[in-house]
Design a protein around this ligand. Structure first.
Ligand SMILES: NC(=O)c1ccc[n+]([C@@H]2O[C@H](COP(=O)([O-])OP(=O)(O)OC[C@H]3O[C@@H](n4cnc5c(N)ncnc54)[C@H](OP(=O)(O)O)[C@@H]3O)[C@@H](O)[C@H]2O)c1
Length: 270
């Protein structure tokens, strides 16, 4: 459960590497963080979109574009070296890039489950492992991972997505337990519905993208509101934060599991 932590660190002169920075929550994070005294490294697959986001940020001289594919873990050692060389160090990695799903289990080929794990889970874990020695040598650093409320509870139409996000909770909880006393912080940010292209880019059961905005997404929090809450959680060095009106469901799941089971099967998740 998210806990209250006192005090707010400033991010002055920090270098922050954001994945999934070409769209949605990552784009909003880049734009808001660029207004602070920070260096930014922006990653995603789409270089042109990263160039657009950079051009819409403040302090563009302090922003490096570093295109990468989260699923191409063989490239991550070289990408991490490039990220460190850009400004001499990386203080914060925000593992935000990811892809969702809109399909029932019975209609979903196994390759979709694998692809969701490759991008959402192994992609983040791979970059984190590449960067960890750098942070351990420096005795400080902060890993942030944008999971989802479906990392706390599964919903219909999200089986593989929820599994990949649950896996991230397990990995980063373990990481925090191993490293918190060594000066390396871990923040898990779990949003509910946010109005981004996440449903447009979501896998359908056959592996094709859905290609349209869901009603649930369209009525969600704005990407800017979500990014502001993530930045606040980073400054507070929170261990975990739930974001959005749907957060109450995490507490229902924990304290009233029977009610939760009846509720979630009727939830409007599309
Ligand atoms: N929107 C929501 O309701 C919501 C709720 C909870 C959690 N989240 C999480 O928030 C994060 C950001 O999603 P969003 O809502 O902002 O969606 P989005 O607008 O679709 O953005 C997704 C970002 O991830 C990048 N990405 C996707 N596949 C990638 C890959 N293989 N390698 C590198 N980058 C990749 C995309 O860039 P390229 O396509 O150019 O690579 C894009 O920058 C995701 O982890 C998502 O699961 C979203």
């Amino acid at each position: 459960m998210p806990e209250r932590r006192k005090g707010m660190k400033n991010l002055n002169n920090k270098t922050i590497w954001i994945t999934g920075a070409s769209s949605g929550i990552g784009e909003a994070l880049a734009k808001q963080l660029s207004q602070l005294d920070v260096n930014l490294i922006l990653s995603a697959r789409g270089e042109q979109e990263l160039i657009r986001v950079k051009s819409e940020c403040q302090n563009t001289g302090r922003i490096k574009i570093l295109p990468l594919d989260l699923a191409d873990t063989n490239s991550h050692a070289a990408k991490t070296s490039e990220a460190i060389e850009a400004f001499g160090q990386v203080d914060i990695l925000i593992n935000n890039g990811g892809r969702s799903q809109r399909s029932l289990i019975k209609d979903t080929i196994l390759q979709v489950d694998r692809d969701l794990m490759e991008v959402n889970y192994f992609g983040s874990v791979s970059l984190t492992k590449q960067l960890l020695p750098h942070m351990m040598n420096r005795g400080e650093g902060h890993f942030v991972v944008v999971t989802s409320l479906t990392g706390i509870f599964g919903t219909p139409y999200r089986s593989g997505y929820a599994a990949s996000k649950h896996a991230l909770h397990g990995f980063y909880d373990s990481m925090r337990a191993e490293l918190e006393d060594s000066g390396i912080k871990v923040t898990i940010a779990a949003p509910g519905f946010v109005k981004t292209n996440v449903s447009v880019n979501a896998f359908q059961g056959d592996g094709q993208s859905l290609g349209k905005m869901d009603d649930a997404q369209a009525n969600g929090l704005s990407a800017e509101q979500c990014a502001a809450k993530i930045i606040k959680a980073i400054k507070r060095q929170k261990r975990e934060v739930y974001i959005g009106a749907e957060s109450y469901a995490a507490y229902v799941k924990r304290f009233l599991p029977g009610l939760f089971a009846r509720m979630i099967k009727r939830a409007k998740v599309r």
